[in-house]
Design a protein. Structure first.
Lengths: 519, 323, 331
C-alpha cells in the first residue's frame, strides 16, 4: 500500500480561487449507495483529475457536478455560494459544462448545426447560418479541429466528433469544464492534440475536471489528482507527488501485479490462419497476414488506418474478396460470421455498444446470440442450457453482476467486455480476433482480460489483437503488423516491438517502411 | 351526387392504372369529328363501380352507333386528381363536350368553367356545381326523395309507430340529404329512431354496427341502412342473432343482389330505392344527341326515386353489371 | 458496492410484477368495467362473443405484424393484401365448385394461405434484397393489392358461389363447445406465434434483428433471411384471417380490409411491442386488438357521445392507453 497521505487543503502550490466546491456529496439509489461523502474543490486555472476503477463512482460524481443528477446528500458551492443545480441547463447557465464520453451528436447535421443545436443564432425570424458558421470556425480552430463548419458530422472520425463535442462545450465562456474520458476514442496523436487544448483552457483560467483511464495522460496533464474507490473518496494529491504506479495502486487499493502476462514461445509450425490478398471496400483496404497457434499477433496503426475494416471484411461484414483464406488447413470460400465461427474463427468488435451487445436484452440472450446453434441444437431454445452457460461464463470470466436477469446495458464497460469475450468463446473457436480489447475499461478489468487472452493462447489458440494503445500492443504481442492508409507497412517481432517503432511505422512515409519491412 | 366522392378511398396508383387503360382503349378513334370527354370517379365501391361500368358501356354503344363521335372516359381517385385530369384533357384535345360527375361542387366549379370558356358543351351529372349557370345539361338523382320515399313506405307498413335504427354512410352531403329526407318524414309519425351511427358505406362496419344495435336494443321493428352495400352486412348480423322482431330491413341504391331479393319477394326486404349509376349513361346519350344532330337538349333532369317493388324490379336489374 | 460476485451469491432475483407488460390487459379490464357500468347488455354473452369473434381478424393479422415490427420492419399493405387474398380465394373456390363440390372450401383455404405467403414473400424480398425502406415498399404494395381487388371485382362485389354459402357459413358463425371457430383459430395462431417468438431460435433472432441490426449481423444472424421470413409469416396470418373472414359476408369488395393496416399497427403498439423493434408482445397485440373492438362496441352501446364524435373518443382512448404505458414503463 502506498504511504502517501491525503492533503485536501490548499498547501499544494495552486493558489487560485475555488470555482466549484463539493461538500460531502452522496448518492444512493434505494438501499444501494454509489457515492458517499465526497468533498473536493476545483480551482480556476487547474486541471483536476479524477481517477478510479469503473464503478468507483466517477460517472455519478460527474453527473452531480454538472446538474444531470441530484445528490442525496451534501451540496455544491459555486464560487463560494451555495448552488444546487436543478438540472444540466441551470448548471450550464452557472458556467459548468460536462463533455460526455459518448458521442451525442446528430450525424446528419453539419458541424455548425450541431454546435448550435437548440440555441441557434437568429436574425429576425431567420436562422443566421453565416454567423453560426463563422463562430463555429473560430471554436474549431481553437480546439485544433481540421473540420469545416458545414461538413456533415457523420463524415468525420470519432476523434473529430469528440473534438466537436468539446467545441460545443466551449462555445460560451465556461468556468468549469468536465471532460469524461475525452481520449477514450482517440489515437495517440489526437490525444496529444487534446492534451494541448486542455492546457490552453487551463491557461485561460478555466477550471478543468478531467476523468481518464489513461494514467500517463493524468500524469502529464493534471495539477491535482483525486482518487475514488468503491464510491468513497480516497484523497486528493498534487499530481507531482504521484507516479503512474502509485495512482494505479491507490485506485485498486492493492499492489498491482504485473499488468501484462509474460511472453510465450511460439512454435514454428505452419499458421492456423493464413489470409492472402484480402481486399475490402473495393480495394480501399488490402492485406495479407498469418497467425500461428499460441501466438498473439498485434495490429497497430492510427485510427482510420483500416485495421477494423480489414477484419470486418474478413468476417463478411463489409464487401470483400480474397485470393485465399486458409483456416485450420481448410480453404474458406464463404465469408459470413456464422460460417466462419463454425470453421473456428471469431471476431470481437471494437464497438461494444453499437455492434456487440443488445443493451436492452438480458445477459443470457446476449451471451448465446452468436453460438445459438451450439447452445440449442434443435429448433427450440434451451433455456436451462442458456442459464447454465451464463453461470459458467460469469464464473470463468469473472463477470460481476448484481443479478443474472439484468439488461446487458446496465453492466459496467469492463463487465460488458468480459461478457462479449465469453460470447465469442462459447463455440470454442481456434482463432480469435479482438478489436480494441480494453477500450474504455478500468485497469483491474484490463489486467484480467490480458490474462484471459494469455490463457487462451497458451491453450493452443491463436489471437489477433487490434489496439490503439501502444503499451498494450507492446505488452501483449509476439508479433506486430502496422497498418497505414489501408495497407500493412511494417512487421515487427521480438525486440523490434517498441512503442517508438510502431509509431514510426504508423506515421512516417512509405520508403522507410519498405526498409523496415525487409529488415 | 357525391356519394362517390367520399367513398373513394383508393390509393392513387389504382386510379392511375385504370385511367391509363381507359385512355388507351379510347385512342383508336382519334380521327372522329366530335370528342366527348367523360370524367368520373374511379371504381372503388359498388356504386362508383356501377358508374364506371355504365360509362364504358355507353362509350362502346355510342362509338358503334355514331362513328363520328369519339368518347373518352377518364377516372380519378380524388377531387384533385379530377382537376388534373380535366387540365390534361383540355390541354391535349379539342373537346366538344364534357360529361362530368364531380367529386365535390366547390372544388370542381372553377376548372369546369375554364373548360366551358373554350366553347365546350358541359353536362353535369349527379352532383351540381356551385354555379348552376355553367352547365348546359344537368342530370341528377334525388337523395332527399330516396330517404323520404323509404320513410313514407315504412311509416305506412309499421302503422305509424314502432322503434327503428338507422345506419349512416360517410359524412357527406349525399348522406346528410338522405338522412334528412328520411328523418323529416319519420318525425311526423310516432316512430322512434333509437339510434343513428356512421358505418361508412362499408359492409364490414355495417355488420359490426348492427351486431351492437342488436345487443343494445331488445326490440327493433325496422332497420334502414341508407345503402344496399351496408344492408348486406346488416342482414348477416340479424341472421346470426336469429332475431325475429325485425320486420323490415331496407337499404337504397338498387344494388343487384338486393334487387334479386326484391324480385324473389323477400319479406324482410320487399323494396329498394333506385339511385341508378346508369344516370351517367343517360347523360352521355343526351350529350351525344347534341352532335348526332337529331335531338339538341338543354336543362335539368332530376331522376325520380320510385320504390323498387317485386312488380317493377326487373326494370332495374342488369345481370352483368357489377352493381 | 452495488455489484456482487456471482460465484459467492448465485441468485436469480425474483421478478417484480412487470407492470409494463400488464398495461394492455389492465387497460382492457378498465374498458370492460366501463362498458359494464354504461350498459347492462354489454356483459351479455352474446355481445361479448360477437365482439371477440369480430376482433379475431385484426388479432390474427396483429400476430403476424408483431413479428415484422419486432424484427424492425413495418407492413402497411396488410389491409389491401387481405382484400386481394380474399378475392383470389373466392375466385378459386368458385372455379373449384363444379369439380370438388363443398371440398372447394378447403381448396380455397389452401389457395388463401399460399397466396398470402407469396404476397408476404414479395414484400420481404423487395425490402431485404432491394434494400428499400419497408414503409415505402409496403405503401407501394398496399396500392397494388388494392387495385387488384378493385380490378377483380370490377369495383363491385365478388360473392362466393351460393352453393358454398351454407357449408362455409359455420366457419365464422359456428362454435365448438360454445367457442366460436374464429376465436379458436385466433387462439391457435396466438399459441403458435408465441411459441415461435418466445421459444425458438428463430424468435430470438427476430428480436435481436429488431433490437440492433448491427449486433445481430456481427453475431452471425442472417438478418435479411429472418426479416423476409417475418413477412411470409405475416402473409400466412393474412391468409388465415381471410379464411375466417369470407364466410362472414360471403364477398370481397373494394372496401374489404380498408384501413386495417392502421388498426393492426395500433393494436400491436398498444400491446407493448416497440414500433422501432426489439421487443415483442404477442398476447399484448391480441389485447390491443380486443381493446380497439371493445371501445367501438362500448361507444355504440353507451350513446355517451354524438355519432359525429365517436372517432374522437376512440382516438383519445388510444392515446390515453399509450400514455399509461409510458407511465408504467417509467417505473
Amino acid at each position: 500500500m502506498t504511504e502517501l497521505t491525503s492533503k485536501s487543503d490548499s498547501s499544494d502550490g495552486i493558489d487560485t480561487p475555488t470555482a466549484l466546491r463539493a461538500e460531502g456529496l452522496a448518492k444512493a439509489y434505494g438501499s444501494i449507495t454509489v457515492l458517499s461523502d465526497v468533498t473536493l474543490d476545483i480551482r480556476a486555472g487547474e486541471v483536476h483529475a479524477v481517477i478510479g476503477e469503473n464503478g468507483a463512482g466517477k460517472s455519478t460524481l460527474m453527473k452531480i457536478l454538472s446538474g444531470h443528477t441530484a445528490p442525496t446528500g451534501g451540496h455544491l458551492l459555486m464560487e463560494g455560494r451555495r448552488s444546487d443545480f436543478a438540472d444540466a441547463i441551470q448548471a450550464e447557465a452557472a458556467g459548468v459544462v460536462l463533455v460526455h464520453q459518448e458521442i451525442l451528436l446528430a450525424s446528419d447535421l453539419t458541424v455548425a448545426q450541431n454546435l448550435f443545436l437548440g440555441r441557434e443564432l437568429t436574425r429576425g425570424l431567420m436562422v443566421d447560418d453565416r454567423a453560426m458558421n463563422r463562430r463555429t470556425a473560430e471554436v474549431l480552430t481553437s480546439v485544433g479541429s481540421i473540420a469545416h463548419p458545414t461538413d456533415r458530422v457523420g463524415d468525420h472520425s470519432l476523434a473529430q466528433q469528440q473534438l466537436f463535442q468539446i467545441a460545443r462545450a466551449l462555445l460560451d465562456d465556461r468556468k468549469v469544464v468536465i471532460l469524461d474520458e475525452p481520449t477514450a476514442m482517440l489515437a495517440n496523436d489526437e490525444v496529444a492534440a487534446l492534451i494541448d487544448i486542455v492546457r490552453k483552457l487551463r491557461d485561460r483560467g478555466v477550471a478543468v475536471l478531467y476523468i481518464s483511464h489513461r494514467l500517463e495522460e493524468v500524469e502529464a496533464l493534471a495539477d491535482r489528482v483525486t482518487v475514488l474507490r468503491d464510491g468513497k473518496m480516497i484523497g486528493t494529491w498534487p499530481a507531482a507527488n504521484l507516479d503512474q504506479r502509485q495512482m494505479a495502486e491507490l485506485m485498486v487499493g492493492r499492489e498491482l501485479s504485473m499488468l501484462y502476462p509474460a511472453k510465450r514461445e511460439v512454435a514454428s509450425e505452419p499458421p492456423i490462419l493464413e489470409v492472402t490478398n484480402l481486399s475490402v471496400d473495393q480495394g480501399k483496404v488490402e492485406g495479407s497476414f498469418a497467425v500461428r497457434r499460441g501466438e498473439i499477433l498485434g495490429i497497430g496503426g492510427m485510427i482510420g488506418a483500416g485495421r477494423t475494416e480489414l477484419m470486418e471484411g474478413l468476417m463478411g461484414l463489409r464487401p470483400s474478396h480474397a485470393k485465399s483464406v486458409i483456416l485450420n488447413g481448410k480453404q474458406i470460400t464463404l465469408f459470413h460470421v456464422d460460417k466462419l465461427m463454425q470453421a473456428g474463427l471469431v471476431y470481437l468488435t471494437e464497438d461494444r455498444k453499437g455492434k456487440g451487445l443488445l443493451l436492452n436484452e438480458p445477459l443470457a440472450p446476449n451471451l448465446t446470440l452468436q453460438a445459438l446453434d451450439t447452445v440449442s441444437p434443435g429448433m427450440t431454445l434451451n433455456r436451462d442450457k442458456e442459464n447454465e452457460a451464463l453461470k459458467q461464463a460469469v464464473q470463468d470470466y469473472d463477470i460481476r453482476v448484481p443479478s443474472l436477469t439484468m439488461a446487458a446495458g446496465k453492466l459496467s464497460g469492463g463487465n460488458q467486455q468480459k461478457l462479449l469475450l465469453a460470447k465469442i468463446m462459447l463455440d470454442d473457436p481456434s482463432v480469435i480476433i479482438i478489436d480494441e480489447p480494453t477500450r474504455g475499461i478500468d485497469i483491474g478489468n484490463k489486467s484480467q482480460i490480458y490474462k484471459f487472452i494469455d490463457t487462451l493462447v497458451r491453450a493452443g489458440k491463436a489471437c489477433v489483437v487490434i489496439s490503439s494503445e501502444l503499451p498494450e500492443l507492446v505488452g501483449l504481442s509476439d508479433r506486430v503488423l502496422v497498418m497505414r492508409g489501408g495497407r500493412f507497412v511494417a512487421e515487427l517481432s521480438g525486440a523490434q516491438i517498441t512503442e517508438q517503432n510502431i509509431v514510426y511505422a504508423a506515421a512516417s512515409n512509405g520508403q522507410d517502411i519498405e526498409e523496415k519491412k525487409t529488415a | 351526387m357525391i356519394k362517390i366522392t367520399t367513398r373513394v378511398r383508393t390509393f392513387m396508383s389504382a386510379a392511375t392504372v385504370a385511367t391509363v387503360s381507359l385512355v388507351g382503349a379510347a385512342a383508336h378513334a382519334q380521327d372522329a369529328e366530335f370528342t366527348i370527354a367523360v370524367s368520373i370517379p374511379a371504381a372503388t365501391h359498388g356504386w362508383t363501380g356501377g358508374v364506371v361500368y355504365h360509362a364504358q358501356r355507353a362509350e362502346k354503344e355510342i362509338e358503334a352507333a355514331f362513328p363520328n363521335i369519339d368518347v373518352i372516359v377518364t377516372t380519378a381517385s380524388s377531387a384533385t386528381a379530377q382537376v388534373s385530369a380535366l387540365e390534361d384533357l383540355s390541354a391535349t384535345r379539342d373537346l366538344d363536350a364534357l360529361v362530368i360527375l364531380p367529386f365535390t361542387s366547390d372544388e370542381l366549379t372553377g376548372p369546369v368553367e375554364q373548360v366551358k370558356s373554350n366553347g365546350t358543351f358541359i353536362t353535369v351529372v349527379d352532383r351540381g356545381l356551385a354555379d348552376p349557370t355553367i352547365h348546359d345539361l344537368y342530370v341528377a338523382g334525388d337523395n332527399i326523395a330516396v330517404g323520404a320515399n323509404t320513410a313514407a313506405w315504412l311509416v305506412d307498413k309499421l302503422g305509424g309507430k314502432g322503434e327503428i335504427v338507422v345506419l349512416r354512410g360517410i359524412p357527406t352531403v349525399i348522406d346528410d340529404e338522405r338522412i334528412k329526407g328520411f328523418s323529416d318524414v319519420i318525425a311526423e309519425s310516432d316512430i322512434k329512431i333509437l339510434d343513428v351511427q356512421y358505418a361508412n358505406w362499408n359492409q364490414d362496419e355495417a355488420f359490426t354496427l348492427m351486431q351492437d344495435y342488436l345487443a343494445r336494443f331488445p326490440n327493433i321493428d325496422a332497420v334502414w341502412a341508407n345503402d344496399d352495400d351496408m344492408l348486406l352486412g346488416v342482414l348477416e348480423a340479424i341472421d346470426q342473432a336469429e332475431r325475429k322482431d325485425i320486420r323490415f330491413a331496407l337499404g337504397g341504391n338498387g344494388m343487384k343482389q338486393v334487387i334479386e331479393m326484391v324480385m324473389a319477394g323477400d319479406e324482410r326486404t320487399p323494396i329498394s330505392t333506385p339511385y341508378p349509376p346508369s344516370m351517367i349513361a343517360s347523360a352521355i346519350y343526351m350529350t351525344a344527341s347534341q352532335f348526332a344532330g337529331q335531338a339538341p337538349m338543354r336543362g335539368s333532369f332530376k331522376l325520380a326515386a320510385p320504390l323498387i317493388t317485386p312488380e317493377n324490379a326487373d326494370q332495374f336489374y342488369f345481370a352483368d353489371s357489377p352493381f | 458496492m452495488s455489484t456482487a460476485n456471482i460465484t459467492e451469491a448465485p441468485e436469480i432475483r425474483t421478478r417484480r410484477i412487470p407492470w409494463s407488460e400488464m398495461a394492455p390487459f389492465i387497460a382492457l379490464a378498465i374498458i370492460l368495467v366501463l362498458g359494464a357500468t354504461l350498459n347492462s347488455n354489454f356483459l351479455s354473452s352474446n355481445n361479448l362473443l360477437n365482439v371477440i369473434t369480430r376482433s379475431s381478424f385484426i388479432a390474427i393479422i396483429a400476430v403476424g405484424a408483431t413479428f415484422i415490427i419486432a424484427s424492425g420492419g413495418l407492413d402497411l399493405s396488410v389491409g389491401s393484401m387481405m382484400a386481394f387474398v380474399t378475392g383470389i380465394m373466392i375466385l378459386s373456390m368458385n372455379a373449384l365448385v363444379p369439380v370438388l363440390g363443398n371440398w372447394a372450401i378447403l381448396g380455397g383455404a389452401g389457395v388463401a394461405l399460399v397466396v398470402g405467403a407469396l404476397c408476404g414473400l414479395f414484400n420481404g424480398l423487395i425490402i431485404t434484397v432491394g434494400r428499400i425502406e419497408p414503409f415505402i415498399v409496403t405503401l407501394g404494395t398496399m396500392g397494388i393489392f388494392r387495385a387488384f381487388i378493385i380490378f377483380l371485382s370490377d369495383g363491385g362485389s365478388l360473392p362466393i358461389d351460393r352453393s358454398l354459402r351454407a357449408a362455409y357459413r359455420p366457419v365464422y358463425f359456428g362454435d365448438f363447445m360454445g367457442v366460436p371457430y374464429p376465436v379458436l383459430m385466433t387462439l391457435v395462431v396466438i399459441v403458435f406465434g408465441a411459441f415461435l417468438l418466445y421459444r425458438t431460435k428463430f424468435g430470438r433472432r427476430v428480436t435481436a434483428s429488431g433490437s440492433n441490426e448491427d449486433v445481430a449481423r456481427f453475431s452471425g444472424v442472417h438478418v435479411g433471411r429472418i426479416r423476409t421470413t417475418t413477412y411470409v409469416i405475416q402473409g400466412v396470418c393474412v391468409g388465415i384471417a381471410a379464411i375466417c373472414y369470407v364466410p362472414r359476408l360471403g364477398a370481397a369488395t373494394p372496401t374489404t380490409g380498408q384501413l386495417w393496416e392502421l388498426q393492426v399497427i395500433t393494436a400491436v403498439v398498444i400491446g407493448g411491442t416497440l414500433l422501432r423493434g426489439g421487443k415483442a408482445r404477442i398476447w399484448g397485440s391480441v389485447a390491443g386488438a380486443l381493446i380497439l373492438e371493445v371501445i367501438a362496441n362500448v361507444m355504440v352501446l353507451s350513446d355517451l357521445v354524438s355519432e359525429y364524435l365517436v372517432a374522437a373518443v376512440q382516438g383519445a382512448i388510444i392515446i390515453i392507453a399509450m400514455l399509461a404505458h409510458r407511465f408504467t414503463n417509467a417505473r
